[in-house]
Design a protein around this ligand. Structure first.
Ligand SMILES: [Zn+2]
Length: 79
C-alpha cells in the first residue's frame, strides 16, 4: 500500500498581463444561423464580419460577441 502526503496552496486568479500572455480576442456569432465570424485581436475587425453577414442575410439581426481574455493562476502561500 502506498501512502501519499498532500499540501494545499492558495492561488489568486487574475488577468494575465505577462509579456507572453495570449492576446485578447473577439469574435461574433449570428444568433439566427449560429455562423461564427473570424476571431481577431481587433474588436472592430471582428464586428466588420457582422456587416458582411448582414448584407448576405438581411433577416439575421441578432448577434453574440465572444471576448477571450487570458487569465493566470498566481501561486500564493502554502496552507
Ligand atoms: Zn446568420
Amino acid at each position: 500500500m502506498t501512502r501519499a502526503t498532500y499540501r494545499f496552496r492558495a492561488y489568486t486568479i487574475a488577468p494575465d498581463t505577462e509579456p507572453d500572455a495570449e492576446p485578447h480576442t473577439y469574435a461574433m456569432t449570428c444568433v439566427v444561423c449560429e455562423e461564427i465570424g473570424h476571431r481577431s485581436e481587433d474588436a472592430d475587425d471582428a464586428h466588420d464580419w457582422v456587416v458582411r453577414h448582414l448584407k448576405a442575410n438581411p433577416e439575421h439581426l441578432s448577434y453574440r460577441e465572444h471576448v477571450t481574455r487570458p487569465y493566470r493562476a498566481i501561486p500564493g502561500e502554502w496552507l
